[in-house]
Design a protein around this ligand. Sequence first.
Ligand SMILES: *Cc1c(COP(=O)(O)O)cnc(C)c1O
Length: 370
Amino acid sequence: MTVSVPFVDLRRQYETIKEEIDAAVLDVIRNSAFILAEPTRTFEEQFAAFCGTKHCIGVANGTDALQLALTAMAIGPGDEVIVPANTFIATALAVSHVGATVVPVDVDASTKLIDGAHIASAITRKTAAVIPVHLFGKPVAMEPIRKLCDAKGIAILEDAAQAHGARCGNARVGTFGNAAAFSFYPGKNLGCYGDGGAIVTDSDDIAVSVRRLRDLGQTRKYIHAVKGYNSRLDGIQAAVLSVKLQRLDTWNARRRQLAKRYDALLQTKNVATNSSSPAGESVQHLYCVEVEGREDVVRMLEEAGIGHGIHYPTPIHRHEAYADLGYPEGAFPVSEAWCQRTLSLPMFAELEEEEMDRVVDVLTRALDAS
Ligand SMILES: *Cc1c(COP(=O)(O)O)cnc(C)c1O
């Protein structure tokens, strides 16, 4: 009999918080507190306090969070925005949708994250912003990037969609740039029960602007100062997030503990992992290994019922959507090699150690066979 192991199991987490979630959602319904009402305001205050920022503005999803933050930072046509080639497509789409030019750069060979050296080599007179992405839940080394950007007057927007709660020293990600974008997509470390996102910032100007932009450009009811969007974090999602936020640090600690255990098990099998996090404390959104002959390995995992993912199969510059940028294959070798070799293993706070043992067992047998 094969015992399957899910890549992520949201139902398992729900079972542990069911009573509180059910009560919180019912409360929103009973109060008709659906849009920009008390539950949304409360979560915004809680999440700003959690991150250590002055403001949090809830929006409809993480992609909008990036786009509205860029708009509030006055980034648009004629501007260049530097992004890592190794990221989720949304990082780049937000740049394109404000009319700016996406400038991908390769990532650091050891962390697979964007770094100061690659950014420095891509800066031009048109560079208006950099989007460091704390991918896999690992904080990017922000100090060199900040020095570089401060010296040249370049804005920083952190993409923290995979890194809720990650820290460098005592500071959480989201506090290192002019603003930061979060996603609350269900599978993220802090996920709601639908789509959701937020911008955090210490800047009063960015906060005021994003608050308008997410609500059709309104300053008061039916007074529209700018051409805004409809992109709001709804009350039901906010209520779910308030319940879950209280557990986030505990869940993240459990993910780190599981990652350590994976590390120990895989080290003896000589499997290359990507969990080291030199710049700070990871929240281990993903647990990735690097494998040769990934197709065969994936097939064997599938046959054994082991959940898995690939984050991501294609770097930004090799998507058809970005063919217009004109980068050839080989332009960003570290990102391209990563995309061909990476494989994400089951990782969520409720994963059982016996399940992990089974994942490692099947993976090592697959690697031996391939
Ligand atoms: C999930 C994600 C986003 C987009 O968030 P959505 O809520 O899905 O729009 C952006 N950047 C990264 C790195 C992500 O992982």
